[in-house]
Design a protein around this ligand. Sequence first.
Ligand code: AMP
Length: 631
Amino acid sequence: MRSYRAFLDRAIRSPEAFWAEEAKLIEWQRPFSRVLDYSRPPFARWFVDGTTNLCHNAIDRHLAARAEQPALIYVSTEIDVEQTFTFRQLHQEVNRFAACLKGLGVVRGDRVLIYMPMVPEAVFAMLACARIGAIHSVVFGGFASLSLASRIDDAQPKLIVSADAGSRAGRIVPYKALLDEAIERSKAPPGSVLLVDRGLAPMRRLAGRDHDYAELRSRHLDAAVPCEWLEASEPSYILYTSGTTGQPKGVQRDTGGHAVALASSMGKIFCCNAGETYFATSDIGWVVGHSYIVYGPLLAGMATVLYEGTPVRPDGAILWRIVERHRVSVMFSAPTAIRVLKKQDPALLKRHDLSSLRLLFLAGEPLDEPTARWISEGLGKPVVDNYWQTETGWPILAIARGVEAIPAKFGSPGLPCYGYSVKLYDEHTGQEVGPNTKGVLAIEGPLPPGCMTTVWGDDERFVKTYWHSVPGRTVYSTFDWGIRDDDGYYFILGRTDDVINVAGHRLGTREIEESICSHPGIAEVAVVGVADQLKGQVAVAFAVVRDARAVELPQQRKNLEAEVMKQVDSQLGAVARPARVHFVTALPKTRSGKLLRRSVQAICEGRDPGDLTTIEDPTALEQIRSALVSA
Ligand code: AMP
C-alpha cells in the first residue's frame, strides 16, 4: 500500500516526468518538445508539438506483429451474425471508409456525425475519421430527432454517417427516418449523408445528398489513405453530454493526450496484454464505447468485441457465451446490466467456461454491495468498480490493479487514479473537507492527459461551468458528491446538479422538462431522478396542466401521461422517457421562484424533504405526496 501511494504521489508531484514515460506507449511521428503547457489554466496542453495519429496507433502499428490476429469481433444476437476482422482486414476496411469520406470532400478538422447502430461500419467510420484528421461526433442511436438536431446544429458536420435501422431486443429501430427529421429541424444541415443499408428497413434517399456506402466502398476496394499527422492537442472527437441546462455540451478530446491516457490505462488499470480479447458491453454512443470498445483495446493491440444485443437474449448466459467463445480476458459493463442478470437463473453464470476471464470492471453508476457480491461470487472473479465521466474519458477513481492490487472496499471505487489530484470541498464555503465529511468531488488542475480540453466551440462555457462552480476556487468540478474515509477510499454519493443516471445513462432533467413543456397541454413541469432498484434511478415528472379539467378523470390522466411519454420518445428518445408523469396544479417553489427539486426528490424516495422554510405554497408539496399515493 505504501508503494502504491508513493506511485500516486509521483504522478501528481512530477507530472511531466510521469507522463513522458507513459507517452512511450504510443508511436509519435514527431516527438513532443514539452510534456505539458499549463500557461493558460485551466486549459492544459499535453505533449506540445508532438504529432501522432490515433488510427495509426490503433491499427497500422500492429500490422507488423499481429496482422492476422483478430482486432474487431462483431457479435449480433439481433441479426444472428458473427464476423471477425483481423488487424489487416480492419486496416483495409478503414482505408476504404476513409477513401469514401475523402471522396465526399471531408478534410482534416471537418466534423463527421456518426448516428449508427452497433455495426462494424460504425467503428470503421470512427477510425477513418481519426485517420484523416476529421473530428467525429458519435450520437447514441437511442436518441431521437430533437436530440440529434441540437447536436447537428452545434457540431455543424460536413457529413453524417448513418444506417437504415438498428435492432433492439428483436425490434427494428429506424434510424434513417429520425435522421431525416433531425436534418429537417436543423439549422446546419450536412452536405452529405453516407448510409449503410442493412436491409432492415426501407429507406428514402435524397438524390445528391444521400450516398450508399456499399456502392461507394466498391469503388475504393484497394484504397490506401495515409494517416494525417495531428499535433497532440488537435481535437480527435466531440461527444455530447448532458448538464444542468437543456443544451448538451460538446466534450472535446485531444489526440495525443487521449492516446497516451488510454494506452496507459489499458495496462495500469485494466491489466490487459496485447493479443488478448476485451469485451465492453457499452454502446459506441457513450464514452465507455469510445474509450473501451474502440480506442483503448485497439491501442493496446487487443481484439475488441462489438456486441449488438441485450444481456438476456437469446438467454441470460449470452455474455458468458461470448466470453467463452472468444476467450475474453477482461470485461467492462455497468451495474444495471448485472442487476438485470440477477433476475435470471444463477446457474447461467456457471454454464460456460470462463477460465480466460480475469477481471470484470463495472462503471457508470454506483455499484451497490449486493450486486457486486452476487456477480463476483457467481463468476468467481474480482469485480472492479471504477468511477469517471464523459468529460474525463478514463477512470478518476479506481484501484489500478496493474500497478498493485491493493485491497478494495465494497461501495467504493477506490483511490484517485494516477494523475488526478482529487479533493472534496464544502459546497458553500469552498473549504476542503476532511475525512468522513461529504463534499463536492473536484480535481485540481491541470487535468491529466485524456480529459476534455474544452467545450466544443465554447471555451468560456468550459471555464464557467466546470472550473468556477466551487466557491472561491478554480478547480474542476465533477458535480458529484463524495466522501473519503480514513484510509483515503472515496465513495460517490450522487450528483450535485440536475443530471440523473438511468441505467448508467446520463440524462439532463432540463432537457426532459423542455420536451414535456412543448406539449400544448402542459404549462410547467419538474423532472426529478428517483431511486430505482433495477436502473439505479428513473425520471419522474410532475406536470402542471394548462387546464385542470383536462385531467379530472383517471382515464384522462392516463391518456395525457401516455401522450407526454410519446412526445419525449419522439423528441429525445425512449431512453429519456419518464417512468411516470403525475399531474398537479402547482410545483413546490421558494418565494423567489426556485423549484425545490431536492425536496420533491426526497418525497418521491420516502425521505424527509428537508428545510422548507422558504417554500411559497406548502400545499404544492402535499400535492406531490398525494399524486404519489394515488398513483
Ligand atoms: P457519464 O458521463 O455518462 O459517464 O456519467 C458520469 C456520471 O456517472 C458521474 O458523474 C457519476 O455521477 C456517475 N458514475 C459513473 N461511474 C460511477 C461509479 N463507479 N460510481 C458511482 N457513480 C458513477
